[in-house]
Design a protein around this ligand. Sequence first.
Ligand code: PLP
Length: 367
Amino acid sequence: MPDFLPYGRQTIEDDDIEAVVRVLRGDWLTTGPSVADFEEGVARFSGVAHGVAVNSGTAALHCAFHALAVGRGDEVIVPAMTFAATSNAVLYCGGRPVFADVSPQSLLVDPEGVEKCITPRTKAIVGVDYAGHPCDWDALKSLSEKYSIPLVADGCHAIGAEYKGRKVGTLADITVFSFHPVKHITTAEGGMAVTDNPEWARSMKVFRSHGITTDSHQREKADAWQYEMVELGFNYRLSDVQCALGLSQLGKLESWIAKRNQLADFYRTQLEHSSVQPLVCASDVLHAYHLFVVLSDERDALFKKMREERVGVNVHYMPVYLHPYYQKCGYEDTVCPVAEQAYSRILSLPMWPGMTTEDVSRVVSLL
Ligand SMILES: *Cc1c(COP(=O)(O)O)cnc(C)c1O
């Protein structure tokens, strides 16, 4: 029987393991220097001033909405085609996600649809760089300026991607990354929010650590024992062990994105005369290819067949408001017809940097 080919998986090399072991042998397992090093590394890579490391991408979204003061009664516009965490984090803050539909060719949020969702209660607009392809950030930015509403990028699919020569990280007011093992680089679990705004960065750092204004490292340096809890925060900290892994992985990110693009090109040529159709890629972006998504009228049959053949295809995503919890929250009348139609046709094919062109050929021949 052939090996199971997952849709995504981590790449861990000897130097990654050594980086983790060095921290395990040292003094700081958490709140130590590796956290700041990793934050600086990701911020510099993404072209922004500040990084706030947290223990998941979901926590990073929560920090971002908290920093933007999303609260009870506030609305946040979120694309229907995303992972539930994007809108769950709005609910954590007491806000109400308002779902915007996507464009049929790219499944990226449609800026015209976003504009129709704006009300006096809109507190933030979220773009999701679905599959690793940046949204139409120029259009979202002009809405943001026209209505004075901050922009959040859920960049969990898109670290390292570029839009018109600008890096994901610089396109929204706050950008959020995930370091889950299926994402581009991993810390096992982990995430980060990046921003140029020092006030939001400070607010997110307080929120990730119980709402306390100093950490133990700062107290030790300042030779003081006092700390003050100024608001109700969480323990969302990412450990030094994990940050050491992340920093080691970060050095490989560019080459892994190049590899993902090679695999995508290979998929595209091989699929040219097939019945499945890859999502479009604009000529002015560098795609990060977290996912390689195709559309098919026989999606369910293909899914079943591929799984029988031990190919780990997947479906990303069911429009969020169709989940039972959201239906219970009263979203049964929400309709994003493009996202709903796409949901019955999308299939994510295996895509990760350790894959070979033979793996791609195996997938394509089965299709
Ligand atoms: C992975 C992901 C998240 C959540 O990240 P976690 O690190 O798993 O919490 C949020 N949004 C999108 C679009 C994601 O793909």
